[in-house]
Design a protein around this ligand. Structure first.
Ligand code: HEC
Length: 254
């Protein structure tokens, strides 16, 4: 199975003192639980943004770069509110939103339309309907959804990079005691998460520029989870249940 000599510093789990194995086991249990909660968090915060309950690439695009569906007012005018005003006035409002909803244009053209057609219901007296009286109120429904802002992304990036490095240093260090050949495969499993976290975090920013990068976010996250699962399962198994191959078991130490 392996012709190459085993490195003199290599120790299999079962050659380690029980106390170390107990420490490793406890650590893996707690980190595994943490990973599950992280997955739940990702699902509950991002999945379903596009209407589909699963976590999709579109959810990620919406979460990082915002929705291309437009503003709340556009959605209302295309849907339930479309019958509330004449077609030409509707066009005027949509045009105004397209221009970035400037205040001068609001005062010149929009205010009169809204006052006449909408304020019967949207004058602020009904707490369940948005108040459309005045520029400051209407501004709330014409806000573009631009996704997570840069400052938040930078904050989350550094927390993520530090946190993930800790997790995968600890899990990778424990896994380094497993017996897995060829060595390149073992190294690949250990190194992949670090490539993934770099690709993942940078793609959050690139997704703002080009939606295709949401795929990188999804794939990197998936590969990271896969490496984690492989290292976790092999470590736990080899720590307590595995029979170490004879060539490893019977090697002589210089
Ligand atoms: C007859 C009452 C009525 C009039 C007039 C009316 N709306 Fe509404 N509007 C509603 C109700 C009720 C809802 C919530 C129900 C829904 O979403 O289908 C709503 C929802 C909305 C929403 C979604 C946000 C929210 O408040 O829930 C927007 C935006 C909106 N209306 C804009 C307008 C605009 C612009 C006009 C004028 C062109 C207008 N509405 C005229 C009753 C009205």
């Amino acid at each position: 199975m392996s012709d190459k000599p085993i490195h003199r510093l290599y120790r299999h789990f079962q050659e380690l003192p029980v106390s170390m194995r107990v420490l490793f086991t406890g650590t893996l249990l707690a980190i595994g639980m943490g990973y599950l909660f992280a997955l739940i968090y990702v699902y509950t915060s991002d999945a379903g943004r596009d209407g589909n309950p699963a976590l999709t690439v579109k959810d990620i695009v919406i979460s990082y770069s915002g929705s291309a569906e437009g503003t709340q007012l556009e959605a209302a005018l295309a849907g339930p509110m479309s019958a509330m005003l004449p077609e030409s006035d509707r066009e005027t409002i949509l045009h105004w939103i397209g221009n970035g909803a400037p205040k001068e244009e609001y005062e010149a053209e929009i205010q009169a339309v809204v006052d006449q057609n909408c304020l019967d219901c949207h004058d602020g007296s009904n707490p369940h309907l948005s108040n459309l009286d005045g520029f400051d109120n209407i501004k709330q429904v014409v806000k573009q959804d631009t996704g997570t802002d840069l400052h938040t992304l930078v904050r989350v990036s550094h927390i993520h990079l530090f946190g993930v490095t800790f997790i995968f240093f600890i899990v990778g260090f424990i896994f380094s005691h497993a017996w897995l050949r060829p060595v390149w495969l073992k190294s690949l499993v250990m190194f992949t998460p670090f490539v993934c976290i770099a690709a993942d975090v940078s793609s959050w920013y690139f997704t703002k520029l080009y939606a295709g990068f949401a795929w990188v976010v999804l794939i990197a996250g998936g590969l990271m989870g896969l490496s984690f699962a492989i290292m976790w399962i092999i470590s736990m198994y080899q720590m307590w249940f595995y029979r170490v191959p004879d060539n490893v078991r019977n090697r002589t130490f210089q």
